[in-house]
Design a protein around this ligand. Structure first.
Ligand code: AMP
Length: 544
């Protein structure tokens, strides 16, 4: 027998309708690329999202066509989140920190019909436009009089504000199947090309409900939320949706992610919750310390994307009275998987024991199933000690990649995360390692293979391996280990210069170690673990 409940699809547009109806005067505050502070409300944002949807229709962008964005966190990006997805098109957030070649590849793979860009990303647009012939509309997120003159000639060049001004601010959003695709975000792993993760309306709304839960972000209409995590990286961890679902005030930092700018914005806007990767929080902590400042309104901060160092968690808690919530997730998981909220029984523990729990990545959120298995796929005990591969499944976890011509990533219906973890009896998960050799620098991924391939293209290089070296500021930085060709006297500086123009500047290895040989495993693969043991000490300098 079926239940007798009404059939209403879970659609992203309903989140904004709800926010505009019940929290219409709640503010959305943005630091703009222009440098000033812009203020709007959920009510006004709905009108502009409606104008945005009409403008896309007027341009002839069809249902389910992709609309790319190259944009910081701000109110216009927020409008695009709703105007594009709400109207049945697919929002494709592009990561501007990638090399232009990679961005062009992703735009073409996604077959973006339009790309909307902040003026800071004009150089990227200039670099990729000629290669992206499928993009019929290049839309600058600015007023018509701010359109850069040197962009004239780009196909369909338009000012976003001019497009919106021509449209009405009301809309009845289309109603469709909740499984319809809503947004797309590419993840760049170690091997091969970036992979597209295609979210649906249903997965996004369910994830927003989950994100708002008390033991997750504990979001409410009394919060003022600042996502430092970019809207181009897994939908800013779902905050633009979860904030609308709860009516929380949104504060967007734009391009200014340094400690001083973040402090000023948090202070001025009474931010109660902020979320971001560890490197960003380092900058904020240093600014607070150096200037003897405090953030009395800031109750909690979510740290994820890379492991939050215990020292950082302690500093927030002990020096500044700000509660840290350590979170773990992946692009393929929308991204929230686990979050470290203490249970009642932990509150009775002494500070050190509590802290021992808090440094873990946390326990699964309802909706996310986890398993830890060995190399044969056999379940391992949840004893907090035995490490194995983490598998996940759930309604906001990818079942496949967009336009994937390879095999499905799933193993018997479970998504292998590539993370090596322990899980304790209460379900608290801790990452001990990762199976991939990717290098995480400032919250972004650097592909070790890409860096090796470039080195290998140098005529004086016989073999190259790239490994992560711990770094106090960026978490990790790439270190290149090289075997020179016989008779060559290649030096560090000329090899590093060889990377200029081939990858983004921040991806270039910090240092080179020359070695007589690189250890190989039985199948001919380089033994990077061994290299890491030998060389990946912070401060290790070049030799040979
Ligand atoms: P991405 O898809 O770029 O968000 O990266 C996902 C990966 O980041 C995960 O598979 C982990 O390896 C890593 N990661 C995310 N959060 C954490 C965390 N809190 N601690 C350690 N690693 C993390």
């Amino acid at each position: 027998m079926l239940g007798l409940m009404q059939e209403h699809p879970l659609l992203i547009s309903h989140l904004l309708d709800f926010a505009a109806r019940y929290h219409g005067d709640t503010e959305i505050v943005s630091r703009r690329v222009e440098g000033d502070i812009h203020r709007t409300t959920y009510g006004a944002a709905r009108q502009r999202a409606a104008q945005c949807a009409h403008a896309l229709a007027a341009l002839g962008i069809g249902q389910q066509e992709r609309v790319g964005t190259l944009a910081w966190n701000g109110y216009r990006h927020f409008e695009l989140y709703y105007g594009v997805s709400g109207s049945g098109r697919i929002l494709h957030t592009l990561n501007p920190r990638l090399h232009p070649q990679q961005i062009a590849w992703i735009v073409n793979h996604a077959d973006d019909r339009a790309v909307c860009f902040d003026l800071s990303f004009v150089p990227i647009v200039k670099a990729i436009a000629a290669q992206c012939s499928g993009v019929k509309h290049w839309i600058a997120l600015c007023a018509p009089d701010a359109l850069p003159a040197d962009l004239a000639g780009l196909p369909g060049l338009a000012s976003y504000e001019a497009l919106l001004n021509a449209q009405p601010g009301d809309i009845t959003w289309p109603v469709f199947d909740e499984h319809t695709a809503s947004s797309l975000c590419y993840t760049s792993g170690t091997t091969g090309n970036p992979k597209g993760v295609l979210y649906s309306h249903r997965s996004t709304v369910l994830h927003a409900y989950a994100a708002a839960l008390p033991d997750v972000m504990n979001l409410s209409a009394r919060d003022s939320v600042l996502p430092v995590v970019p809207m181009f990286h897994v939908n800013a961890w779902g905050i633009p949706y979860a904030a609308a679902l709860t009516g929380a005030k949104l504060v967007f930092p734009g391009p200014a992610l340094d400690g001083k700018s973040l402090y000023e914005l948090m202070q001025a806007e009474g931010v109660t919750l902020a979320a971001g990767v560890p490197t960003v929080w380092m900058g904020l902590l240093n600014h607070l310390r150096d200037n003897h400042l405090r953030l009395p309104a800031l109750q909690r901060t979510i740290i994820g994307g890379a492991a939050a160092a215990p020292a950082m968690i302690r500093a927030f808690e002990d020096e500044f009275g700000i509660h840290v919530l350590h979170a773990w997730g992946m692009t393929e998981m929308s991204p929230l998987g686990t979050l470290c909220s203490l249970k009642n029984k932990h509150l009775a523990l002494d500070k050190d024991a509590q802290f021992g729990v808090q440094v873990k990545q946390g326990r699964p959120i309802f909706g996310v199933d986890v398993r830890v298995v060995d190399g044969n796929g056999t379940d391992l005990p949840w004893d907090g000690k035995t490490a194995g591969n983490l598998l996940v499944r759930g309604p906001w976890i990818a079942s496949d990649y967009f336009r994937n011509d390879g095999p499905s990533p799933l193993q018997d219906g479970w998504f292998p995360t590539g993370d090596v973890v322990t899980i304790d009896a209460d379900g608290f998960m801790q990452i001990t390692d990762r199976t991939k050799d990717v290098i995480k620098s400032g919250g972004e991924w650097i592909s070790s293979i890409e860096l090796e391939n470039i080195a290998m293209a140098h005529p004086d290089v016989a073999m190259a391996a790239c490994i992560a070296r711990p770094d106090p500021k960026w978490d990790e930085r790439p270190l290149l280990i090289v075997v020179r060709r016989e008779g060559s006297s290649l030096d560090r500086d000329s090899l590093l210069r060889f990377y200029d123009g081939k990858v983004a500047k921040w991806m270039i290895p910090d240092d080179v170690v020359f070695v007589p040989s690189i250890p190989l495993g039985a199948t001919g693969k380089m033994l990077k673990n061994r290299l890491r043991e030998q060389f990946a000490q912070a401060g290790q300098t070049a030799s040979g």
